[in-house]
Ligand binder design. Structure first.
Ligand code: 5RP
Length: 264
């Protein structure tokens, strides 16, 4: 691995081997997602507690202060919407020149394994890897399920993660699921977990994150369960405790409750 690639990977994965990415890219197909209508305001108090921000170029330019930013993972696939025919019908949206101009630490692209657009999305990943490897930019593959959330089991996600790694992704983002160690075991590159739609309780989120880490994930790329929480700073700090301070889920929940009482 060349110096540039190593340096970018080190910006993302911290010295303890763990990472906490904060995604705010949801608008690229959902529009003004709840609590992300004004992304600059949403992320202001949260930025100190994450390791990197997952964002499109549009929101990056409009809402993220370049003097105060965290390492940027640029979302570079899109071209669909929640009211369109098929969320899987994505293309690459961002040129390599733009990726370099924006000084991205990494880029993210969705793959839709098993969908009608499986082939196109996998070729998007392969094409992006071909372009980015020349410049030492890591590609994070996002194993997307579109609207079919029930697809999230170890067999399916394990298949998606392995294919992403085989095509050259340096990091794979997938969903937590039961028997998560099976997903990790079949994937030769680091795996991070997304959060998915907002869970009913904070403890539920802290428990699945803790479980996934015990089973081999290196961290999270988790958005809605942070910034849609009524106490987002308390929630991000509790999650950070699980990721970087080895807190158990219950300990992190106690931290959440004490921070919430202090209205942080
Ligand atoms: C949306 C994404 C998100 O980055 C990913 O789903 C993580 O966010 P959340 O925790 O809200 O699911 O890829 O396009």
């Amino acid at each position: 691995m060349d110096w540039g690639m190593k340096n970018r990977m080190a910006q993302l994965i911290q010295p303890d081997g763990r990472c906490f990415f904060l995604p705010i890219d949801h608008g690229y197909f959902q529009g003004p997602t709840s609590c992300l209508e004004r992304p600059g305001e949403t992320i202001g108090p949260l930025l100190p507690y994450c390791d990197a921000l997952f964002v499109t170029r549009g929101v990056l330019r409009a809402a993220v202060d370049p003097a105060k930013a965290k390492p940027i993972i640029l979302r570079v696939s899109g071209g669909t919407s929640i009211i369109g025919n098929d969320l899987a019908h994505e293309a690459l949206t961002t040129s390599i020149e733009e990726i370099l101009r924006l000084n991205a630490a990494a880029v993210g692209v969705s793959i839709f394994v098993g969908s009608d657009y499986e082939h196109e999305s996998l070729i998007n990943l392969a094409d992006l890897v071909n372009q980015c490897e020349d410049f030492g930019i890591p590609v994070m593959a996002v194993t997307a399920v579109g609207k079919e959330l029930e697809k999230r089991d170890a067999r399916y996600l394990g298949l998606c993660c392995r294919i992403a790694a085989e095509l050259g992704a340096r990091v794979v983002k997938t969903y937590w699921c039961k028997d998560f160690e099976k997903v990790v075991a079949g994937c030769p590159v680091p795996v991070v977990m997304a959060g998915g739609p907002k869970c009913d309780t904070e403890l539920e989120v802290l428990e699945f994150v803790h479980d996934g880490l015990q089973r081999g994930a290196i961290g999270i790329n988790l958005g809605r369960n942070v910034w849609q929480n009524p106490h987002p700073v308390a929630m991000i700090r509790a999650l950070r405790g699980v990721i970087h301070e080895n807190l158990a889920a219950k300990e992190a929940y106690d931290l959440f409750r004490s921070l919430r009482r202090g209205k942080k």
